[in-house]
Every structure is written in C-alpha cells, then in structure tokens.
Design a protein around this ligand. Sequence first.
Ligand code: MG
Length: 292
Amino acid sequence: MRIVTFEDQHGRRVGVLDGEAVADVTAVDGGLPVEMIDLIALGASGLDRLRSAFESAPRLAPASLHLLAPIPRPRKNVMAVGRNYRDHAKEFSDSGFDASEKQMIPDHPVVFTKAPTSVIGPGVPIDTANDPLGTTDYEGELAFIIGAPAKSVSRERAMDHVYGYTIVNDVTARDLQKQHVQWFIGKSPDTFCPMGPCITTIDELPDIGSSWLRTWVNGELRQEAPISALIFDVPTLIAALSSVMTLEPGDIVATGTGLGVGIGFDPPRYMQPGDLVEVAIDGIGVLSNPVI
Ligand code: MG
C-alpha cells in the first residue's frame, strides 16, 4: 500500500492511494488512527485494518485535498546519512567543501540529523529566505521508516523493523553547513526537509535496490542513481544505529544522495526562487516542491 497523510475540509487523516485518488479509509473504519505515527505503531494489525477499509472506502479526487508529508511532524529529528554513494562522495570531496577531510569514502555511516520543524509536504515551497547565505542545494534521497522498535538488531533481522519507504529532499544550506562545521544548522532551516508523497509499505518494495533515484530541477535531470549503489544499505544502517540506540516506530532515516547535487558543479548550481525541484523513486512516486 501507498499510505498518505492528507487534509481536506473534514480535517487531517491518513488515506491510501488508489492511482491518483485517495481512499478515505478512516471514513469506513472509525477505529483507524488518523495520525500516521499512531498507525505505524499498530504494526501489522493496523495494516490489516487498512487493507480491509481500502476495499470499501470512498475515493477522493486529488483536486479535493492536499497531501501533507506522510509524517507531518516527526517526534524526533530526521536522521540522515552523508556520503553514502561513491560518486557523490567524490563530487563532494572534489568541491573542496572540507579540505581537512582525509577520507573520501567513510568506513562507517556518517549520520547527522535535521530538525522536525524543517519538514514540509509535497507542493509546499522551499523558502530560500531561511538561508541567508544563498547557497540552497537539493539532495534527492530514499528514506526508510521504522516500524517495530529496533535495538541491537542484526543486518539479517533489520528489514523486519522497516515499515516502508518515502522520499526526502535533504535540502541543504551549503555555506551554513560549512560555516558551522557541525551540519545540524545547515540541514535544518524551516522548509528544508520536503517529504512524500507517500509511505510505500515494505511488502510492495521487497527489492528496493532495483529502484532508481532521480532528481530534476526545472525539468533538467540532475541526479540518477540506482538504490543498489548505496555504500551502506538499509540493513547496515539499522544495524549501526540500533547497536547503540532504540529506533522507534515512525523514526525516519534518509539514506543519502547520489551524484549531481548543485555544489558538484563548477560553478555550483544552487536553487533559486522560481525553480521547481522534483525527486522520484520507482515504487514511491514523485516529490515535487517549488522554490521561493
Ligand atoms: Mg543528504
């Protein structure tokens, strides 16, 4: 299933995509949570109820509603992985971003976080006014959502703890990222974490490695990478994170971006007001956001 959070004149709730239409599942099952986080916490029983409700739920036309980020306000920071595709790690290194960085390809996952307040949904503008230095860059990424709590989980068992996948645009204020050394500020301006359009449940994407990640700016293809090119794949990331901390239902981990970000060009091609950035992953959809 492709599960969304949407809003119309009756309020905000979860739904299930049926093509372009949204099946209004909570209209036929009043016991279903309206919030995605609460649905995820129900695990398999919630998915069973969702499947049953999907059959008879009324279909809502896309024009009658707004899709929000699948998890509009994460309970904790969005986790994200840096330098997780070889050719992006090289372009980042070649850009001279951090001359003190001795090692282009990391031995262990490089994990940072983005503030929950940076999350926006599909179609909501990325506001470059929140980046005073004017170096706003895009990073199309696959993100996975934790289902069952995970602590000290092996690679082999890791996928049992994944609820599904979504798309994150890890928008970055490059000069702030550099200036403050630690990446949190440069990664966390308001509107700098577009997410969506849906969460595709894990059963529908058993082989995420065969999906491709693509990013366009104003229709120009800038990024194109197979998910199989990740240096640290999803099970490896879960094993590393859960070896020290409890991952909880609804936690979001963006897995890193591929070759072709703005800072990789000479001169850099940062986003400008009026641009449109679109990120697509097979089996999930297209996350599209204008830039203001
Ligand atoms: Mg990133």
